[in-house]
Design a protein. Sequence first.
Lengths: 207, 200
Amino acid sequence: MNWFRFLVALLIAVLFSLSPLPAQAHKLNVFCWTGEQQIYGEAFFSGGRKAKNVPVHVQNAESLVALLTIQTDDKGTFQFTLPQQAVEQKLDLLITVETGDGHRGEWLLTADEYLPTASDPIQTAQPPVIKPAKESAAESVDREAVRAIVRQELNRELIPIKQHLAEGREKKAGPRDILGGIGCIMGLAALLAWFQSKKKKKTSTDG
Amino acid sequence: MHISEGILSAPVLISGGVVAAIGTYIGLKKIELEQVMPVALLSSAFFVAGLIHVPLGPGSVHLMLIGLLGVMLGWAAFPAILIALFLQTLFFQFGGFAVLGVNTVTMSVPALCCYYLTRPWMDNPKTRPAAAFIAGFLAILMASLLTSCALALTDTGFTAAAQLIIAANVPVMIIEGCITMFTVGFIAKVQPEILHLKYA
């Protein structure tokens, strides 16, 4: 009877602890998204707490050479201008945040993501425009200027969408993970109990 | 308290792995058939407790229940914590597989120390609540210090890391002290043989 009460109490405790779901996890998340020549990012723990005033290292993802170091602000966000070297050499960037107490998060920002012009569909797949024989210089300049303005505006509009997309990549722990974990532990316990009982039986028959 | 992957140096990781393996071996040897279920239940509790975020203090912290595991399981806390940490890494991406050994040591050694330190006062019902509170409190403090040591052995300064971790974990120390006190009191009433008490 006592054993039963103990089990019920523990079961209630476990069910009670499941209530603050989803994802009160304890992991440092780093997310980055791109703007016009700027990289924006944020660092926070899965419980929602921001990683404030902690260093952010921007490295070459291949050689791990540091390119620059900045800090998060009071909202856990950061932004930096793309290093010239990274743009010229089309480097993939590894952005890491360390809180100093053993937590570390990272984000890989590939060159394709921050160099929109390199894979700009407008530029690479230009529709065949039949140009008039004598296009004035002013007209072509205007076209470039309009394109730049549109790109700038689009970038600005897309920043929150990119932020949501980046945050959507966070793997959240759900009831399935929790119950799966508990099931694993119980399975292992059953295995151990089986071995123990076999051993006990063997020693009792030997004796 | 879970140290993330990519922070510690290889010698620290290897040493942690070796100590965790020895502790787990001894712990497994000491588990009797009757103790299998309590070990599994407390391992499950540790596994789930990691998801309970404590929104107090300067850092991002969660419950761990290592004092409770230590008091109730002794050496068996090693395998219980190792399995739970492995599953936390697998399901919640806490810590990392390479740091599993170090994280097991930083949490199991305090559990074991609390077991031996508070054991003499557990038998007496008068001193039991205080002993259980101290076990819960001390386990988190010791785990914070051990985590700081592991970080200091790599490159972070011990004092800086210890200040950060201890300051963040003060609310957890108090909460875990209370949880351990009430849980031990409850188990001593309903199932004293789990605690191997001389008299309840």
